[in-house]
Ligand binder design. Structure first.
Ligand code: HEM
Length: 66
């Protein structure tokens, strides 16, 4: 993902990933259930483990400012 403000594409599936930045995509970071689902899924994809509370918080604080 070059920028969270840009539409991305999943490298393997080619599926479009709408902008992750709330300033561009107001649907982002609005559904707690969805955020928890993707955090669990994405951390396991990326790190092979669940993210710590600190890591989740850091990403959400950063994303919220985008
Ligand atoms: C290879 C790495 C990753 C890929 C391919 C990926 C892909 C995605 C996709 C496809 C979505 C859902 C978009 C949608 O349909 O709405 C998503 C949402 C999300 N991802 Fe990731 N992700 C990755 C890594 C991460 C990591 C490392 C984190 C945090 C540590 C993260 C946090 C999130 C969050 C919080 C959302 C939900 C945003 C919302 O509220 O809509 N992602 N990700």
């Amino acid at each position: 993902m070059d920028s969270p403000a840009l539409t991305g594409r999943h490298q393997k599936t080619g599926k479009v990933i709408e902008a992750m930045a709330p300033s561009v995509n107001s649907a982002r970071l609005t559904e707690l259930k969805k955020m928890k689902k993707w955090l669990l899924r994405n951390c396991k994809w990326t790190f092979g483990r669940e993210c710590t509370a600190q890591e989740k918080g850091d990403v959400l604080v950063w994303l919220r400012e985008q």
